[in-house]
Ligand binder design. Structure first.
Ligand code: ADP
Length: 474
């Protein structure tokens, strides 16, 4: 079996809960020889490419440390202040600073130089997410000629939005170093192809795209959950205790839960406003429901995130000030991480999973909520049409997160839905969550990567050396 080499900005750490990407990758690495390469999350005074190596099961985990300027320009800058807002359709928040793109190109070169000596010719190299789009190109420039795949965990924007990125063409040209580009949904794959055909003078044959003197396969691979593992967690004593604690407060079924990193793409203020509208339309429910929003802070070094934290606090306070009584408050806002076992218990106790991002690559919280419901008495998922998950989870109550009345109506429908209807919808959602899990995602991607590599013209990887001199500045 070929070794799988996974590269992502951050690798799972022993400290603290991991995000959606690290959880999906962790599941994908199970049970096969693998190497996982990325940034340790630590800083060093001067980048020297020193490797920290440890082993977890069959996976060798190799990390490097980055300099302050790398973290500012590559991570907080180009990745999280330019690409993240742009790819989530928030061009108003995108900061296109030239030092950011230089830092981004530099760190990708540093990653490639540190990783290249570890690679064997028959490795399957799988690069993850928007932090590392040009990494494949840098590896080709250093002579790696093996199978090279890329998966984007966040959405690919519509061409007109993508073209607001300075030197957008060079970023896509660099992607043609990969044999396979995976996206979360058909819609994202179509947006990517549309750019290649419309703006890069490319051509298409099926899911094979031809441009920049090369070809690649671009397809949707919706990321899944480690469903069996998460269900085990839901049966753990911590999860059961958490669920019982909520039930003891008489909240079972009347609990509405939202779980997100504090990120503007998750639509938390809009969700709070929808809940406020619900209370205004149904004042009798103010004592009967509790909306629990769990949202730990994230990316606090980026300005847009600081303003968001304040907005959520203000809204939650405003709703409680208007609707609370001396022994009851309708909103509970928890601004910290819970353990995954606690989270599983909360999901199970909640009658409504309220997942309303304004834009999201997939959204694993929607799948986690479904995975741990009681088959005899499941809760109802209310899901944004703009989450990648909506393409698969059609039996959720699908809503437009910008339309507060529509979300409020869906909340009402969810809170009053009969058991038969809840079971029917949940069963259909659960079938998908079970079938399309993280292992199925990995297997589909790897099979497609082998196939795409076979289709690549012989010697085509050599041509990338021509591009090595090009930076993202054009
Ligand atoms: P993203 O990767 O953008 O954060 P996802 O919904 O795809 O969004 O994945 C988020 C992951 O982080 C999920 O696995 C979720 O359980 C976890 N998570 C989110 N908020 C918390 C929290 N407060 N405590 C623990 N885990 C959390």
């Amino acid at each position: 079996m070929s070794r799988l080499v996974v590269v992502s900005n951050r690798v799972a750490s022993a400290a603290g809960p991991a995000g959606g990407l690290a959880i999906a990758i962790g599941a994908a690495l199970k049970g096969r020889p693998a190497l996982w390469f990325g940034w340790s999350g630590e800083r060093t005074a001067r980048f020297d490419g020193a490797l920290c190596v440890r082993r977890v099961g069959e996976t060798e985990i190799v990390t490097v440390e980055l300099e302050d300027a790398d973290v500012e320009e590559y991570y907080n800058g180009y990745a999280n202040a330019a690409l993240w807002p742009l790819f989530h359709s928030r061009t108003d928040l995108a900061a296109y600073d030239r030092s950011f793109s230089e830092g981004y190109a530099r760190v990708n070169r540093r990653f490639a130089a540190a990783l290249r000596p570890l690679l064997k010719p028959d490795d399957l190299v799988w690069v993850h997410d928007y932090h590392l789009i040009p990494l494949g190109h840098e590896l080709r420039a250093l002579g790696f000629a093996g199978a090279l795949g890329f998966f984007l965990h966040i959405p690919w924007p519509a061409p007109q939005l993508f073209m607001t990125l300075p030197h957008h063409r060079n970023l896509v040209a660099a992607m043609f170093a990969y044999d396979l580009v995976g996206l979360q949904t058909e819609e994202c794959a179509a947006a990517f192809a549309s750019y290649v055909l419309g703006e890069a003078g490319g051509a298409a044959r099926g899911d094979r795209l031809f441009a920049f003197g090369r070809s690649l396969t671009a397809r949707a691979f919706p990321v899944g959950l480690d469903t069996a593992d998460f269900q085990l967690l839901a049966a753990s004593p911590t999860a059961v205790r958490t669920c019982d604690r909520i039930a003891a407060h008489g909240l079972f079924r009347s609990l509405i839960v939202g779980v997100d990193r504090l990120d503007y793409a998750k639509g938390i203020p809009e969700r709070l406003q929808a809940f406020e509208h619900y209370l205004q339309a149904h004042p009798d429910m103010a004592r009967k429901v509790l909306y629990l929003q769990i949202a730990p802070s994230s990316r606090e070094a980026v300005a847009a995130y600081q303003a968001l934290g304040d907005a959520v606090l203000t809204l939650a306070g405003r709703i409680n000030a208007a609707w609370a009584e001396i022994d009851n408050a309708p909103v509970l806002y928890v601004n910290r991480n819970l353990s995954r076992a606690e989270l599983a218990g909360v999901y199970r106790a909640a009658g409504v999973g309220l997942v309303t991002p304004l834009r999201d690559g997939m959204n694993l919280v929607a799948k986690e909520y479904v995975a741990v419901q009681s088959p005899e008495d499941p809760g109802v998922l209310v899901l944004s049409r703009f989450a990648g998950a909506a393409a698969q989870m059609k039996d959720a109550l699908i809503v437009n997160p910008y339309a507060r009345e529509e979300v409020a109506d869906a909340l009402d429908e969810a809170l009053h839905m009969g058991r038969g209807e809840r079971i029917r919808r949940w069963q259909s959602l659960m079938d998908g969550v079970t079938r399309c899990d993280a292992q199925a995602w990995r297997d589909a991607f790897i099979a497609a990567l082998r196939e795409a590599r076979r289709k690549a013209a012989p010697g085509q990887s050599d041509r990338h050396v021509d591009w090595a001199a090009r930076s993202l500045r054009g």
